[in-house]
Design a protein around this ligand. Structure first.
Ligand code: DGT
Ligand code: CA
Ligand code: CA
Ligand code: ZN
Length: 584
């Protein structure tokens, strides 16, 4: 256990003792001890091994004994017993702004309140206002703190984090004291949902960078501000951490704080097996934990660190310990798809169903962006809440699309809208007859009303895949990130069916969906199933989701060759014809 972990436990012991009503003198000894540990410049393990804890400021026998036990065994029975003696909700209540241990203890002793939920209910019943020393005002403050916490303590969609992180990164980049900077953590790894945003900067003047960071527009609260790091809550409730390091340390800190934890553990092991030590400060020629600059192996960037550990550069999206080490050693890491490889999207809506824009406006925008094609796959009639098209309107739309395309052909442009449908998968088959589907360029089959029975849903998807006119399955799991779980469905069985029938699977690039999940693409790819990165656009600006979805495809190890909509139009048409030709 390292000094920061030990320090965190000491702080928690201090808090728990305070909640028990122990005398402040005793509780403070723990917080002070923690602070001393955080400031250590030599490894804690070494101090413990050499029996020198007693030399540290404020380290009496009790503290020495506890820290020794923690460092040598990684556990502390005293702490575990103490923790178990109090309801866990009390510590959580301490996380509320303006609520300290004394208040929590009184709320617990006098009203039996053990959790934030119970506290909220008590506030609403006006039970806090009447407590001695609390009052109306403090009750209202507690309710506010609960509401705020609920907003930021949660997880956030990648897109919501990117929207606030990218401008901050840009402005850091422009600051004269910033040498190098990057996002790190789950955001850099392009996780679909993230906890907090991490920034890393190298600088010779950390204080000025930190002051600049905490004064950025859109910051709601500064939670912590130190010499080399700061934590803030952004206006929309997302926490962001900044760390500032020296430029020599930068590549090591970047690798460390990009994670994932699982990936880092393997990296550290690889270092150890080469007689080296890797941590957030450097890679050292040493057999024990150290920060001695004289022992540091020179690495200018992350690529150098990987090279020292016998690996090619591993892109952040792959750093999940999901096979990147084995592939890296065999020099078999794939060259991943890039969003600029995409030539269009094959699942999108217009104002003919529940989209916002006209066919003309959509075509103009996508043409201007340099895309080669854009399929219009409005909803079918069963999706009446989405203004789904019946057969007659589909036929009208075919003509309307042909007219738009004629205007591009007349101008000598190769850009084309493709006709199509997002046809509903119903209990007794698809919403449209095969004859109609056969007239469309692109057919996406989607389930919008799932059964509660896994076998049922799975069967319906497999039947859709077996239809020769269905090119691909749309948003297979039906999940809405942070809102709704995946439908009950055996995704592996459906993927197998797609492999058997030559049906593609969509990677729905909507940041609310990212469906299929990146963890399943490896399986799909091994089975030979092709991916289509689709915007499922309902507005022009959703075209930006191509970039987001491609990041998820990269997390799923997909290459350009795995993704159908990287093909130019003529090749795409050939692929669209294949499954139908086989069925004849
Ligand atoms: P998040 O914020 O929950 O979405 O996930 P991350 O991955 O951004 O995690 P975060 O913000 O707690 O820490 C950033 C990175 O720092 C993490 O990916 C790996 C590294 N890191 C943090 N704590 C530890 C640790 O205890 N051990 C190791 N090996 N790495 C850690
Ligand atoms: Ca993070
Ligand atoms: Ca963090
Ligand atoms: Zn759709």
């Amino acid at each position: 256990m390292d000094k920061d972990q030990v320090a965190a436990i000491l702080v928690e012991i201090g808090t728990l003792l305070e909640l028990k009503g122990e005398n402040p003198f005793k509780t403070r000894a723990y917080t002070n001890g923690a602070r001393t540990l955080e400031g250590l410049t030599e490894p804690l393990e070494k101090i413990v091994a050499e029996n020198r804890l007693g030399e540290l400021k404020g380290f009496g026998e009790a503290l020495q004994e506890k820290v020794t036990t923690l460092v040598t065994t990684g556990r502390l029975p005293y702490y575990e017993t103490l923790k178990a003696s109090l309801p866990p909700g009390l510590v959580e209540m301490l996380g509320l702004q303006g609520v300290g241990p004394k208040k929590v203890k009184r709320l617990y002793d006098e009203l039996g309140i053990q959790s934030i939920e119970q506290l909220e209910a008590a506030c609403k019943d006006n039970k806090i206002a009447v407590l001695d020393g609390f009052g109306e005002k403090s009750q209202a403050k507690i309710l506010e703190a609960i509401a705020f916490r609920r907003q930021f303590a949660s997880r956030h969609r990648l897109v919501d984090a990117l929207v606030v992180a990218e401008p901050v990164l840009e402005s850091l980049r422009g600051h004269p004291d910033v040498i190098r900077c990057s996002t790190a953590g789950s955001l850099r790894r392009w996780k679909e949902v993230i906890g907090d945003i991490d920034f890393l900067v190298s600088s010779k003047n950390p204080t000025s960078v930190i002051e600049f960071f905490v004064s950025q527009p859109g910051i709601h609260t500064v939670m912590a501000k130190g010499d080399t790091k700061a934590s803030v809550i952004l206006g929309d409730g997302i926490q962001a951490d900044l760390r500032v390091v020296s430029d020599v340390e930068y590549p090591f800190a970047l690798a460390y704080f990009t994670g994932s934890k699982e990936h880092n553990i393997v990296m550290r092991q690889r270092a150890i097996s080469r007689g080296l030590r890797l941590n957030e400060y450097g890679l050292y020629r040493s057999k024990e934990e150290t920060r001695d600059p004289a022992l540091r192996v020179e690495c200018h960037d992350e690529k150098d660190i990987f090279a020292e550990l016998g690996l090619p550069y591993i892109t952040p999206e792959l750093r999940e310990d999901h096979g990147e080490f084995k592939a890296g050693e065999a020099d078999a890491l794939p060259r991943l798809v890039e969003w600029t490889d995409l030539k269009g999207s094959l699942h999108n809506h217009s104002n003919w169903s529940d989209g916002r824009n006209t066919l003309e406006d959509i075509a103009a925008q996508m043409h201007e962006l340099g895309l080669e094609y854009w399929a219009i796959t409005d909803h079918s009639r069963a999706s009446y809440q989405a203004n789904g098209l019946d057969e007659a309107r589909v036929r009208q739309q075919l003509k309307a699309v042909a007219e738009v395309n004629k205007s591009y052909a007349d101008e000598g442009s190769d850009f084309r809208l493709l006709t199509g449908s997002e046809v509903d998968i119903l209990k007794d088959g698809l919403d449209f007859p095969d004859e109609l589907l056969a007239e469309l360029d692109v057919v996406v089959a989607s389930l919008h009303v799932p059964s509660s029975d896994e076998a049922e849903n799975t069967k319906h998807f497999i039947r859709a895949a077996e239809n020769p006119f269905v090119h691909m399955l749309g948003h297979l799991s039906g999940r809405l990130l942070l809102e709704r779980d995946a439908y009950k469905i055996n995704q592996h069985a459906v993927i197998d069916a797609c492999a058997a029938t030559g049906t593609w699977i969509e990677l729905n690039a909507s940041p609310y969906r990212f469906d299929l999940d990146w963890r399943l693409w490896h399986y799909a790819k091994d089975k030979g199933v092709k991916c289509v990165i689709n915007c499922d656009a309902h507005r022009l600006e959703h075209v930006q989701w191509l970039r987001l979805g491609t990041g998820i495809a990269r997390k799923g190890w997909l290459t350009k060759a795995d993704v159908i909509n990287t093909l130019p139009l003529a090749k795409l048409r050939e692929e669209l014809a294949k499954k139908r030709a086989k069925a004849k």
